[in-house]
Every structure is written in structure tokens, then in C-alpha cells.
Design a binder for this molecule. Structure first.
Ligand code: AMP
Length: 512
């Protein structure tokens, strides 16, 4: 049992919706309802003068005050600023996410009292920079982020819990290979995991951080807008509020099409109105390329895991968008298996995060955890090196993707000049040989090299890729192994001072 006030809380910070869960006294994950009484909270923020409104009310304002509303901020994590001005102000995407997390915290505290420690989930395919931004958003919201874990892993843990993999005799269960297909509002992940007793081992992961239910909405919006243009020579997408209203109608119609064969979408703009009917078949036709992208990724991931469909015991569906019948139809056709939607699509990820929070708290208190997760990295990590033959810069891979974590890798650099004082290591993430085509994580500047080093002195740079996909670096001078001071200067991330100011600002803002 965790000490009093040490609540095990997990947060699924989704692109379109978020959810919070905690472990009840018996250790069972339970979703906490928000102040409005809902299990999920729209990840939408409305800025209104000095007050900030998060959730359902903010989502409604997309139809009337679109210029004051921030949605899908998760898609912008890793960029310096959120993609649009809000009441004339620029916000870092972490701060927008920070406001969402702050509302989730305040609502949860009404039920379980004050707490600080949380586990937040991220798409498996999130790169290092986006992971850091997620941690920073948690910090800004007043949390101590115990860990960040991958959404499909969290869902598999929740599934394992539900199926009794995690009870005292967990190891009695037969091992299973599970393919998790996670299609949320803004991101897509596929992960192949092996569940064996209380061990959850990721074999391979892949995905797309710019693909989700929102893209299916956009196709419907375009379909209706083009119809509207034909009828009235007017484009409702030109005006942010009209576009916002149309988006809400389309998202609604999309949900209807998950249950029925046809839906109607109303659109009004500049005094003209139209009602457009769409069938499920037409919807599938105008979105089939999006679904095909997920099909391709599923195949690739299975290949990377070194498995065939016969080796997969279960295809697990996670994320609200997997309610679209086209998803399970495609997976059945591809795998010959009926996909399993037995975990609650909206809650499973938060439940898995709460179980992981319980594990982290137990470990911190010196107790053994109930389960063990082994993760892999979703992107290769490398450094920029000069090819001695061509003298061109290239990405020298240090840790290939799908390597089990944590992993340590070493790369040796040599000083070039007599009495060299610093060494600059540029770190990149991605699969391309060309550094420009990879994500620049930042630079590691090694300072204070010992005096009078001759040219060619070896300097060892050790990369440690943590289980949560975060990177730490240790630098030593070749032979005697003295650890050197270094700084990772990250591109597009905030300084500690900026984070502290945002933390104070968010805490002081009237959030409702
Ligand atoms: P998540 O981020 O997992 O909460 O997923 C949210 C996404 O699921 C949004 O794009 C929703 O529009 C979508 N979604 C939720 N319910 C349904 C449904 N019944 N049919 C189709 N899409 C849905």
C-alpha cells in the first residue's frame, strides 16, 4: 500500500480528449470524473482575458470564438510556439498542455485530495523532444512527473490487468503476443508486445504523430465544403467560426457513421444553408488512403518484430477512432483475426498509467512492483559526423530503433587540436543518413577538457536512453575515465527559468 496522500495517478493526455485514473485502495484502476461529471475531458483551451477555460465549454467556443481557442496542442509539442496566436499572444504548446493538465489536476483533487506525483502517457512514436515537452507540460501544471510511458504499453498493461496477468500468480498465464493498434484523435501507434506473466515486453513499435481521428474529420469537412461551394459559391472554411461549427457537425456525423449507414451534416454560412447526406460507404471512400497508411504501418511493425500473423494471439484496439468499423474490418482482412475491443477505448490508457504510477511509488518505497515493462526506442539516435571519404556531414547511428531500453551506447571522439578545451556533439534522431532529414535534438557541449591534451586524445561520449525514451549523456576522457561537465542545449525547449515562470503563471490563473 502507498502511504497516505501518495496517490497513484495516471494521465492520458490526448490530442482531443484526456482522462485521469487512480488506483483505489484495492489497487484497481478507476477513472476519475471531471468537474462536469464526464470520464473524459476535451483537450481544448479557451483564453478569455485573464481567465482560462478548459474542456467542454472551451470546445463549444470553437464554433463562436475560434480565434481564442487552442485545440490539438499535442500535435504541436516539440515546436517552439503553438501554431496560432491566442488573443494576440504566442504560447508554447507545452503551456497549452499545461493548462489542460492543471484543470485535470484540480478536478481530480476534488475527489482524492491533493497530489503531486503522476505518470503521463505519450504516443509510442513520440520522439525525444516531444517526450521532454510532455514532461515540461506536467511540471508547468504543478506536477512531479514520475514517469512518462507509451500509450500502447499502458493499454496493454490495463488489458493484462483486466485479464488477470497481474495477479499474484500472474506467471501462470500463458504468454501472449499482442498487437496494439492505437488510433486516437491526433496520433497513431502500432506496438507489438509480449505479455508473459507480469512481464510486458515491447518487441517493435512504429506510428505517425500526425495521423488521427482529426484527419478523418477534415476529410468530411472538405467533402461538405466542396458541396457547399458548388451550391452557393461560398467556402465556409474561410471563416474560423463557420469552420469550427462545421467541424463539430462533421465530428458528430463521423460518430453517427460508426453506428449507422448514413448521416446528415448541416452547414450554414453567410445566410446560406445546406444539409449534406453522407453514407458510410462514401466516408470510407474519401478516407481510404488514411486507413491505408495505418495498414502499411501495421505490416511494417509486425515485420520489425520478426513475427507473422499466426504468432499474434490478440489484436487490441485502443483510442476513440478505432470505433470506426473500417478499422476492425481492415484488421480482420489483414490478420484474419477479430480485433479485441474489450478494454475501454477511452480509459484503458489512463488505467495503465495509474498502474505504472503505482509501480513507480512502490519502487520508490523500496517495494517490489507488480509487473515489469520492457520498452524499445521508436527512433534511431545518432550523432552528426563527417564522412572521412566525402567530407560530408552524415548521421552516424549510435542506437538503432527498436533497441530494448534502457540502453547504453558509447561513441568515441578525438580532440583535433593541441590543448583543445571543448567538444561539440550534435545529436539527431531519425532513420535518414542525412542530418537535415532527422530531428535535431540538440547539442552536447563538453567543457573544461583537461589542459594540454595532445591532438587525438579519445573522449568517450556515453548515451543512456532511459526506459521512458529520454536521453542522458555521460562524457569521460578516454583512459582515466574522469567524468566531464557537459550541457545538452536543446532546440525548441524552454529553460528552467521559463518553466518556473509558467508553473507560477498557470497556478495563478483562474482556470475553470
Ligand atoms: P482518443 O484520443 O483516444 O480519445 O480519441 C479521440 C478520437 O476518437 C476523436 O477523433 C473522436 O472523434 C474519435 N471518436 C470517438 N468516438 C468515436 C466514434 N464512435 N466513431 C468514430 N470516432 C470516434
Amino acid at each position: 500500500m502507498t502511504p497516505p496522500n501518495e496517490q497513484a495517478v495516471g494521465i492520458d493526455l490526448g490530442t482531443t480528449y484526456s482522462a485521469v485514473a487512480h488506483l483505489d485502495p484495492s489497487g484497481r484502476p478507476v477513472t476519475l470524473v471531471n468537474a462536469e461529471g464526464d470520464l473524459i475531458t476535451p483537450s481544448v483551451v479557451l483564453f478569455e482575458g485573464t481567465s482560462v477555460i478548459v474542456g467542454k465549454e472551451a470546445r463549444k467556443a470553437i464554433a463562436t470564438d475560434a480565434n481564442q481557442v487552442a485545440d490539438c496542442a499535442k500535435r504541436d509539442l516539440g515546436s517552439r510556439v503553438y501554431h496560432k496566436l491566442l488573443e494576440g499572444r504566442q504560447y508554447p504548446p507545452e503551456a497549452v498542455a499545461g493548462f489542460i493538465l492543471n484543470k485535470l489536476r484540480l478536478d481530480a483533487e476534488r475527489q482524492i485530495g491533493q497530489f503531486k506525483k503522476v505518470v503521463i502517457t505519450v504516443p509510442a512514436y513520440f520522439d525525444e523532444v516531444r517526450r521532454k515537452s510532455t514532461q515540461d507540460a506536467g511540471y508547468m501544471a504543478g506536477f512531479e512527473v514520475l514517469d512518462i510511458i507509451n500509450e500502447p504499453t499502458a493499454a496493454a498493461v490495463a488489458y493484462g490487468f483486466q485479464k488477470g496477468f497481474l495477479d499474484e500468480t500472474g506467471s501462470a498465464r500463458e504468454a501472449q503476443n499482442v498487437l496494439v493498434y492505437d488510433l486516437g484523435g491526433g496520433t497513431f501507434d502500432v506496438t507489438v508486445m509480449r505479455l508473459e506473466g507480469s512481464d510486458f515486453r515491447t518487441l517493435a513499435t512504429d506510428g505517425d504523430v500526425q495521423l488521427g481521428g482529426r484527419d478523418w474529420d477534415t476529410r468530411l469537412i472538405d467533402f461538405v465544403a466542396e458541396d457547399f461551394i458548388r451550391r452557393h459559391s461560398l467556402d465556409p472554411r474561410e471563416d474560423p467560426n463557420a469552420a469550427g461549427r462545421l467541424w463539430r457537425e462533421c465530428e458528430d456525423a463521423k460518430r453517427t457513421l460508426s453506428a449507422r449507414q448514413r448521416a446528415n451534416i448541416a452547414c450554414d454560412y453567410k445566410g446560406q444553408a445546406a444539409r449534406v447526406e453522407i453514407t458510410r460507404e462514401k466516408f470510407q471512400e474519401i478516407t481510404h488512403d488514411l486507413l491505408d497508411r495505418t495498414r502499411f504501418t501495421v505490416r511494417q511493425t509486425l515485420l520489425a518484430a520478426g513475427l507473422e500473423w499466426d504468432d499474434i494471439d490478440r489484436v487490441l484496439l485502443v483510442g476513440g477512432s478505432t470505433r470506426m468499423p473500417m478499422v476492425s474490418d481492415m484488421l480482420r482482412e489483414l490478420s484474419g483475426k477479430i480485433a479485441d475491443n474489450s478494454v475501454a477505448a477511452d480509459e484503458a490508457v489512463a488505467h495503465g498509467a495509474a498502474l505504472q504510477a503505482g509501480l513507480a511509488l512502490a519502487r520508490a518505497a523500496g517495494r517490489k512492483g507488480r509487473f515489469h515493462i520492457e520498452n524499445v526506442n521508436s527512433h534511431s539516435l545518432g550523432v552528426v559526423a563527417t564522412d572521412p571519404q566525402t567530407q560530408r556531414k552524415r548521421n552516424a547511428c549510435v542506437i538503432p530503433r527498436n533497441t530494448p531500453l534502457p540502453v547504453n551506447a558509447k561513441r568515441q571522439f578525438k580532440t583535433q587540436k593541441q590543448n583543445q578545451k571543448t567538444i561539440l556533439v550534435q545529436i539527431v534522431e531519425g532513420e535518414s543518413k542525412m542530418p537535415d532529414e532527422c530531428l535535431q535534438i540538440g547539442k552536447c557541449v563538453v567543457r573544461d577538457l583537461p589542459p594540454d591534451l595532445p591532438p587525438g586524445t579519445p573522449i568517450d561520449v556515453r548515451f543512456r536512453y532511459e526506459e521512458n525514451g529520454r536521453l542522458t549523456i555521460v562524457v569521460t576522457v578516454g583512459n582515466n575515465g574522469t567524468e566531464l561537465r557537459h550541457e545538452i542545449t536543446r532546440d525548441n525547449t524552454l529553460t528552467q527559468g521559463q518553466l518556473d515562470r509558467w508553473r507560477k503563471y498557470i497556478a495563478g490563473t483562474a482556470v475553470s
